[in-house]
Design a binder for this molecule. Structure first.
Ligand SMILES: C[S@@+](CC[C@H](N)C(=O)[O-])C[C@H]1O[C@@H](n2cnc3c(N)ncnc32)[C@H](O)[C@@H]1O
Length: 365
């Protein structure tokens, strides 16, 4: 069945936020459509009114420049009644009846929703990949060897009976299976929150930005630092950290000699030496208050760069993020300095998004 939609993977429970984001952003770009999703299913379809806009849609923005999607796939075929016998043959039949979007694909991923139900499909998908890949190579849909520079074919099994077939472009996609970057918890870190900051550092900053923001010997302030998972990431990279929180910072961090603990209010604390390279903040506070505070630090040059969480315990999460970030971006845009701003709902985030702001127009050290 021909079916032209963008399929977005997201954290289960974030379907309506993802749907709102896609409808707003694709609508602004003139790619009109409507979202379809069910609560907690871990994905959303954005169906296009005009099927010829599929490529325009998928190239509007990269996954990494969106907030809630983990992956964005251009779906060009859906199979709704797959039978148990010869699934490979049925997929090849379905593909033979559609217009090939590219002459050849460089790789294939067989995927499933990141939910409890989805887990029952995981083993099947893994096993199914091998024969399907071989058959697609024979049928000239896939290059003989994996080629990461070419579009990737995705077969997304919603259930054993229903799958969606689509593609991603390497320039716009997540390169992780299911759009999920799993990180190993470092056994000496004081809290699991450490993975949120690590996820942001490796997935939201490119290598140049990482080198700029995380200078060994540089200084950072961590607002709402305890027990120290974020401070741990900074100390690991050789930074001096002013850790601000009324709670206790893990002894293992204090003993490095790189951490100064101040039992103070993060909203009134100011850096010891007038400025720092990096401000990080994981305080549980209203998003607009945090965004305002981050703006103050960047505008007054108390910090060159900032990485922070906006906590989202409310229902209208997309709207809340847009509102807080619009106010902050307006303030930053009024400055002479330029900033690279990203907002992502990372795999290791919970009810929150992570924001990275890198000052790009200055060699400030
Ligand atoms: C989610 S925890 C931070 C976890 C930390 N990032 C880690 O990785 O271990 C939030 C922290 O913010 C602190 N906090 C909340 N409001 C604060 C404020 N106004 N000033 C300083 N710390 C605050 C809390 O005491 C709490 O320890």
């Amino acid at each position: 069945m021909s079916n032209h939609s963008v399929l977005a993977y997201c954290r289960p429970g974030y379907e309506s936020d993802t749907a709102n984001e896609l409808t707003t952003r694709y609508g602004e770009a003139g790619c009109f459509g409507y979202p379809v999703s069910k609560k907690n299913q871990g994905f959303v379809h954005y169906h296009l009114y005009d099927a010829t806009q599929l490529e325009a849609c998928i190239t509007q923005f990269a996954v990494n420049d969106s907030i809630f999607p983990r992956q964005l796939i251009a779906v060009f075929s859906t199979m709704a009644d797959i039978e148990k016998e010869d699934r490979v043959g049925q997929i090849l039949d379905a593909l033979s009846s559609v217009e090939k979007p590219f002459s050849v694909f460089g790789a294939i991923d067989v995927e499933y929703p990141d939910t409890e139900d989805g887990k029952t499909l995981a083993k099947f998908c893994r096993k199914f990949t091998v024969p399907l890949r071989q058959a697609l190579r024979k049928a000239n849909w896939l290059t003989a060897k994996e080629n990461k520079g070419k579009p990737k074919l995705h077969i997304f099994f919603e259930s054993f009976e229903c799958c969606h077939i689509g593609y991603t472009l390497p320039s716009h996609a997540s390169h992780d299976h299911l759009g999920i970057c799993r990180l190993k918890f470092p056994s000496d870190a004081p809290s699991r929150s450490t993975l949120k900051l690590e996820d942001a550092l490796v997935n939201m900053l490119d290598e140049k930005q990482q080198a700029k923001v995380l200078r060994s010997g540089g200084r950072a302030v961590d607002l709402g630092a305890c027990p120290g998972g974020w401070t741990y990431q900074l100390v690991k990279r050789g930074m001096y950290v002013e850790a601000i929180d009324n709670g206790l910072v893990a002894d293992s961090l204090m003993s490095t000699g790189l951490v100064e603990h101040h039992a103070a209010d993060g909203f009134t604390y100011r850096p010891q030496f007038g400025r720092v390279d990096l401000l990080v903040c994981d305080m549980i506070e209203q998003p607009d208050r945090v965004a305002k505070l981050m703006g103050d630090w960047l505008i007054k040059h108390w910090a060159t760069h900032a990485i922070f969480n906006l906590k989202l315990p409310m229902k209208q999460r997309y709207e809340t993020v847009v509102e807080a970030m619009t106010l902050l971006n307006d303030r930053l845009n009024a400055l002479e300095d330029a900033f690279a701003v990203k907002v992502r709902h990372l795999y290791h985030d919970r009810d929150e998004v992570t924001v990275t702001i890198v000052r790009t127009s200055t060699d400030e050290v």
